[in-house]
Design a protein around this ligand. Sequence first.
Ligand code: FAD
Length: 495
Amino acid sequence: MTSRDGFQWTPETGLAQGVPSIGVILPPTNILSSSALYDVIVIGGGYSGLTATRDLTVAGLRVLLIEARDRIGGRSWSSNIDDYPFEMGGTWVHWGQPHVWREISRYNMRTELEESFDFSHGVNHFQLRTTQGASTMSHEEEVRLDTLLASGLEKFVNVDGDMGRKVIPFAHDAFHVPEARLYDEMSAQDRINIIALSLTPNERASLESFILLCSCGTLATTSFFELLHWWALCGYSYRGCMDALISYKFKGGQSTFAIKFFKEALATGRLSYAFNSPISSISDQGDKVTLTTRGGRQYSGARLVSTIPLNVLNSVSFDPPLGTQRAAATNIGHVNQCVKVHAEISSKDMRSWTGISYPFNKLMYAIGDGTTPAGNTHIVCFGGFNNHIHPEEDINQTKQAVESMAPGNMDIKRLVFHNWSKDEFAKGAWFFSPPQLLSTSLDAMRARQGNIVFANSDWAVGWRSFIDGAIEEGTRAAMTVKEELQPAPALRSSL
Ligand code: FAD
């Protein structure tokens, strides 16, 4: 089935909106009883909502899942073009991510992962293009501690003489040491200013592009604390970052994973759902919560789990209104405006290539990510708000940005992308915090309000911003609701 989301360009077809995905749900609506007061309504069919929906239906509760899009997965979904999965959003997972790995085990999918990198042949090196000119290095050099990518990053995070370990000893309780809050006052730019004299020009360029690849904001709008938090999650090493952030993906694409959650919930016989149903308002009347879709349909439940992301929470009207601190946080929002563009190119030799072009290019980081059924190389490219584009608005500019990653080697046969910045149900990619947002508002973002529990990767405590964080949050929301609607006093009091 073809989703409305995403874009595809080929020389033959030109630019077309919508790409096929196994995440599209048909029929789009399945309401078991239209007059029902549901036990729980879950808004949003991303991983937070899918996890909550699955856990609640399996626990015996009657759930209505409401989703604005025509598909599951939210910010993580894969398009299937000629049977090849292009990841439109969230992609890479790792066994060091506890919640995601629990689910991979549950669905017996551990052998369905593959490595993005294949450093075996052809243009088998890392290429850095900066204002200093172009240089190349082997992939072994790229990850070694003394080379420029790792060494710049280590100078950046080493605030305590112990590579950040003293400041964030518990990555899932990142404010455990009060001093960590001070680093949320600082931007990435502030920290670079402090260490600037110790950086070579190429070290600085690679460090800046790595930071911008993580936040996809600008250096001034990126919280230094959140970078330290990512560093701690990744085991305090550059190699750990590469392993956890960009190495292992599903052979069949993210939608093969997401569909397992949906199917398990559906199989309980307790799931009603409505896709293509954007919510416009939510009213908590004390004894129940009623929501209204843009089309005017109303549904009520004893509890509501909202997984609406931070950057679009203020597009829904709440009665009573959102608490002051949560409202302030959603008005500030996160800063990630990632531009992710897949290119299918004819050169087989580019499969083993990786590169950075910074700061002049509209895309800054790219890797060889696979080989398509046509035998072409799949390159995935990333850009951010520092040099932002809307890829569909000027396809020639987008092609030029891809070509400029490795001049002379990018004979483009196809482009595939999702414009997350213009997506009205996301308004951005993965969460990345500006300075001060987390230290002032994380608790408020996580707090429930009356009968409404708010769950999203954007305010997870562990792998916040990741699929793992979404599953963490869906699990938390389901537990909260389950304990209230299905108390098990004998068991609980014995724990
Ligand atoms: P979402 O997926 O955003 O789900 C929220 C749902 O609510 C959506 O389906 C949305 O349509 C729906 N919704 C919103 N508003 C309304 C409304 N008014 N009415 C009804 N429904 C509504 N994570 C990783 O772990 N690894 C990666 O490699 C990775 N790369 C990424 C690359 C990109 C380009 C992007 C965009 C994200 C990436 N992420 C990655 C992050 C990951 O995708 C997200 O953190 C995660 O998918 C968020 O899940 P969620 O359920 O919390 O939120």
